[in-house]
Design a binder for this molecule. Sequence first.
Ligand code: PMP
Length: 400
Amino acid sequence: KFEGVTMAPPDPILGVSEAFKASTNQSKLNLGVGAYRTEELQPYVLDVVKKAENLMIERGENKEYLPIEGLAAFNKVTAELLFGADNPVIKQQKVATVQGLSGTGSLRLAAALIERYFPGAKVLISSPTWGNHKNIFNDSRVPWSEYRYYDPKTVGLDFEGMISDIKAAPEGSFVLLHGCAHNPTGIDPTPDQWEKIADVIQEKNHIPFFDVAYQGFASGSLDTDAASVRLFAARGLELLVAQSYSKNLGLYAERIGAINVVCTSSDTAARVKSQLKRIARPMYSNPPVHGARIVANVVGDPTLFGEWKAEMEMMAGRIKNVRQKLYDNLTAKDKSGKDWSFVLKQIGMFSFTGLNKAQTENMTNKWHVYMTKDGRISLAGLSLAKCEYLSDAIIDSYHN
Ligand code: PMP
């Protein structure tokens, strides 16, 4: 009976890691998946995570089920970290927060909520966006369409296009926005542009839906990276925010994140939360506890919280150094006069190189640089020592 099942294509991002593993070439580099590596290109477990885990062992924490909505101490600190503990939306209990299976699972819960309570409403997503966004809305049966975002001519933001597409969308659409460090382009609106985006969203009665996968990891500061979300919250808008601790705490495999729904009253927030729990129950019953305790212990302890911020700055700093060195090498070695300054303007763990599909194939086939076909490279997977090799590969691929 399973005879008729066809082979699914490999995932465009995680499939790159599979191909990388299969390669035996000595020079191979995996710049596909966005996962932080040390200068030695090894995975990194944060010291604060180890300390928080030791605390858990000392306290003899048990493995009982969590409630459907997750660990209360985690839900409290994750919303406070996002909005700021003194934010009126927190003080007035207007936020419904439910622990999710990292960023992906939290987005998926929100998508299910949209499908149930806003039938037919459309989600607007940026062109391009993180590939899994489309999968999530497709699987949730939520219709989506794209708004202009990236301008290949300037390798920058197509702000006019973005605004006019958001304006043209049916009233009451959801607008998916990357809180910081847009994936895959690394191009974010300026604070001024964020205000204008909020203006059109407000005018059109749209609902902003933030995906925050890099808080603290992009700039090195938790507050700076949450500024876009806080700007929208300060306007008294209803909004959705999915959070992930994969990158900023390096908890990729722990699957820890949250969905936050900011409502106009605490009463509405309580009802929304009850419905999120109802959606979660038949999907996975209740979320895993380990990552939630790590986050709660790190954020809840002033010493560990301070150490976390220092480690985050260190990771963000290493990526910025690699970005600078890559730019220096590209500029020094490329004799064509091409302007590489976009590499420095982009923020976060990715650089959008502008390499097309054929050129990315040259990167992989000739240079053993594993990357996604959209031209995105993860600088978090690059060392200072490999910058020169990578710039040779990029220059060769551009001009061939
Ligand atoms: N959104 C964006 C934009 C991302 O880049 C990522 C991670 N690549 C995620 C969400 C979610 O990742 P996770 O499910 O590991 O939290």
